[in-house]
Design a protein around this ligand. Structure first.
Ligand code: PGA
Length: 245
């Protein structure tokens, strides 16, 4: 049976109480998940501690790479680990584009996450302009090479989320056929560079209406979902589609 990853990025949509409520409602609705489905929730940093009591697989949306020190407002990978986060998103497009995160920053974050034995989820993807210019493969390839520069893998699980920037939060999802093409190229590159077969998720305007086309594809191991994962009905809808595959 195909292993399916369902990752829910709650971004900054839900406050402390709202996060707690959604986690409770979700746990009542889903009770147990089949073994082949791995669901991880990425609540805001403030809510991780509470959410993990209800939904134990939680992750950080972002980390800082220094363990501790005078970095007002930042939270380190080590601190998230201490709080019980098992995963961390690294290089999400909203971090890259709204907070000017560079490939070098992403590389430091990858190292920090791996050093505390959390699983990083590297997010990559091209902008609409880059796609128009035919630069998708170059941009995504460089993001991957830079993110993993000087990092040794030692058999750890490598998870990459392909999220075209133009598809995120826009309602204009990349078709499964287009996403598959890019996933194949990412897989080839990672195989060549690290001799690893990575887990590759698709992200960008995934909804219950289109989730089946992604989740049923052999090239797509799961989805990273923003908006639709913050609405009980939509997220349960996506989970039910995964269960039916
Ligand atoms: P979206 O976000 O599902 O709201 O498009 C996806 C993401 O940013 O991971």
């Amino acid at each position: 049976m195909k292993k399916i990853y369902l990752f829910a990025n709650w971004k900054m949509y839900l406050g402390y109480r709202e996060s707690q409520k959604l986690a409770m409602d979700l746990s009542k609705k889903i009770k147990t998940l089949p073994k082949n489905i791995e669901m991880v929730v990425f609540p805001s940093g403030l809510s991780i501690d509470k959410v993990k009591n209800t939904l134990p697989k939680v992750g950080a949306q972002n980390v800082y790479w220094v363990d501790k020190g005078g970095y007002t407002g930042e939270i380190s990978a080590k601190m998230y680990k201490d709080m019980g986060a098992k995963y961390a998103l690294v290089g999400h497009s909203e971090r890259r584009h709204q907070f000017n995160e560079s490939n070098e920053d992403v590389n430091k974050k990858m190292e920090a996450v791996l050093s505390v034995n959390m699983t990083p989820v590297l997010c990559v993807g091209e902008t609409a302009v880059e796609r128009k210019k035919g630069l998708t493969d170059n941009v995504v390839g460089l993001q991957i090479k830079k993110a993993y520069e000087n990092i040794s893998w030692n058999g750890k699980k490598m998870i990459i989320a392909y999220e075209p920037v133009w598809a995120i939060g826009s309602g204009h999802a990349c078709s499964a056929v287009e996403a598959e093409k890019e996933h194949m190229k990412i897989r080839e590159l990672v195989n060549k560079l690290f001799k690893i077969d990575p887990v590759i998720l698709y992200g960008g305007s995934v909804r219950p209406e289109n989730a089946h086309e992604y989740l049923s594809s052999h090239q797509i191991d799961g989805v990273l979902v923003g908006g639709a994962s913050t609405i009980l009905k939509s997220w349960v809808g996506i989970i039910n589609i995964a269960k039916s595959i």
